[in-house]
Design a protein. Sequence first.
Length: 364
Amino acid sequence: MRIIKDSTPSADGFYMPAEYEPHEGCIMIFPERSDSWQYGGYAARKTFVRIAEAIAASEKVTVCAGAAQYDNARALLPSHIRVVEMSSNDAWARDYCPTFVKNGQGDVRGIDWGFNAWGGLHDGLYFPWDSDNKMARKLCDLMDRDVYHKRDFILEGGSIHVDGEGTCMVTERCLLSQGRNPHLTKEQIEDTLKKYLGVSTVLWLPCGIYLDETNEHVDNICAFVKPGEVVLAWTEDREDVQYGMSKACLDYLSHVKDAKGRSIKVHKLPLPEPVAITGEECQGLDACWDEPTRTPGERLAASYVNFYIANGAVVMPGFGDPADEKAREILQGLFPDREVIQIYSRDILIGGGNIHCITQQIPL
């Protein structure tokens, strides 16, 4: 593994492919953090296993587990899923495992961004995050992939989406937040994305999902389903704060064009009714920094957009809501060549994210 400090992916002919392009595999992390996951991750681990199994039906899956949970992970996961011992501070593979880029010859490299737990000492969610911040380089070493060193730029994988044809999509609320790169202007941030993701156009959605504690990652509000087409989390309830937020994104998307000069076709993906954590669920979470992780009645950032596109399937969240089936049908229509698998994922939502947040694809 080479650590590349004197060049950028774009300069070397590399770009980030879309998630719906072929994968070599997927990376996940086994959950155990007791202030993120109920009862030390006991319930969440069952859901993680179901998701890993669904993805592994069509691509290789590697699960990283800490030393304390390695034997348990190996026992719970089927033999065709690889388990490796690797330390981390939590289980959000999307945000601190490598972002992978490729070139026209099929060579794949990783990017090692800086990670500070979604805001560092300004408004981050936990401390320390040192083990998380080492994972990208460790995984590239494990897979014998060269890696671009960019730890001076804070970026999580859930804060970007690309179409594989020169367009990147982000939210202003996240990338311009004071806990990320406050010393950089919007133009400087965009220039970095272009150089490292190999894109020529960056779409800046104004916001994300209400109360999304990542400062509103794009992967919870909007996602590419093919070049020129996206799904957007949507509610018809004009009394809901989310209506104005989703409407602002729709208005923005209605007048911008992608890197190929195409207008963006928007498919509305309904949101479930607002989901709140219960008092009983809160009792299963340890305190963080002497403060409760969650409070009873707190609204959680539930969204069907937080799905993972595997080689042969789309693995999407379910919430036990009447909108579950409607959302599944919409995605099945948009991905006719893949099986849409819906997995009840409240135990992941309680941790602060969902299926896309706990997965990271490796392009083929």
